[in-house]
Design a binder for this molecule. Structure first.
Ligand SMILES: [Cu+2]
Length: 291
């Protein structure tokens, strides 16, 4: 369920420099995304939300009723039930039951999120300051993915496009309906690979591999965008993620084209790790080690 903002409230946004157009699709709730995991996370979120709403209504309802109905002005005397064992048992058991009711679906979802067994595609993701590198473990494909937002837009010399700061030169391409395992790490500082529609948000830590998986719903090919979600330095906001989910036939076609290109590529990864932090517009080098 998405809660849309009331129309009238949009009138106040121009006061803060926002336009109505920019807020037209703004929703308060999290989205269902495009994968079974993101859908489960959304479902879990809604379950917990409604439990909290029920508790809120019940507690505040009883409290407001008691304040009005049993007010001193109406001649009521305060009850004295201090250290009542019955009351203490009740207010311990009820929250315990509520917490268990929340923990069961939450644990189920968490276990499901970490079950990376039997993947059909495995991709190693490496975070750098400030771009991503993708390695398709089973295919001979690897490439860097850099922000591609035009510099004029970054410098406020041109109007910003709808995907401002969320565009890359080479998106990650995955097939729909296939279980994709992501092995996430970093080369310099801690980053976090976050694509909400895939239900994936995982820290990229130098020296460690974090595993996570996703599967784009078979009926939802398309472009999904995300960002680094760990404050990783000056250009943290300039390392977007773009995932293109293609049909299996389109994906296989893409793979065969990439394999031809990558066959000529050099081991850029280690070379690039030696480079100093780069500008947003800087592209990976293809220079070989000569020593
Ligand atoms: Cu980062």
């Amino acid at each position: 369920m998405s809660v849309r903002l009331p129309r009238g409230i949009g009138l106040i946004f121009p006061l803060f420099g926002f336009t109505l157009d920019a807020w037209a699709d703004y929703t308060l709730n999290m989205t269902k995304g495009a994968s079974p995991i993101s859908s489960n996370i959304h479902q879990l979120h809604m379950t917990i939300l409604w439990i909290c709403v029920a508790i809120g209504i019940l507690v505040y309802g009883v409290m407001i009723y008691a304040i009005i109905r049993h007010r001193k002005a109406a001649g009521h005397q305060a009850a004295t039930f201090h250290e009542s064992t019955t009351v203490e048992i009740i207010w311990t058991i009820i929250p315990f039951i509520i917490l268990i009711a929340m923990a069961v679906p939450a644990t189920k979802t968490l276990i499901e999120m970490t079950d990376t067994r039997n993947p059909e595609v495995t991709i190693k993701i490496t975070g750098y300051r400030w771009f991503w590198h993708y390695d398709y473990i089973d295919e001979n494909i690897s490439f860097f993915s850099n922000i591609s937002t035009p510099e004029d837009e970054l410098n406020n010399l041109a109007p910003k496009n709808p995907h401002y700061l969320l565009q890359v030169d080479k998106p990650l391409v995955i097939p729909v309906g296939k279980k994709i395992r992501f092995l996430i790490t970093a080369k310099d500082v801690i980053h976090s690979w976050w694509v909400p529609a895939l239900g994936v948000k995982k820290d990229a830590i130098p020296g460690f591999y974090n595993e996570v998986w996703s599967m784009v719903d078979i009926d939802k090919p398309g472009t999904y965008r995300g960002q680094c979600a760990e404050l990783c330095g000056a250009k943290h906001g300039y390392m977007p993620i773009v995932v293109e989910a293609k049909t299996l036939a389109e994906y296989q076609d893409w793979v065969s084209k990439q394999e031809k290109t990558t066959a000529q590529a050099t081991d850029e990864t280690d070379n690039f790790a030696l480079m100093p932090p780069c500008d947003v517009s800087q592209k990976p080098t293809t220079t070989k080690h000569t020593a």
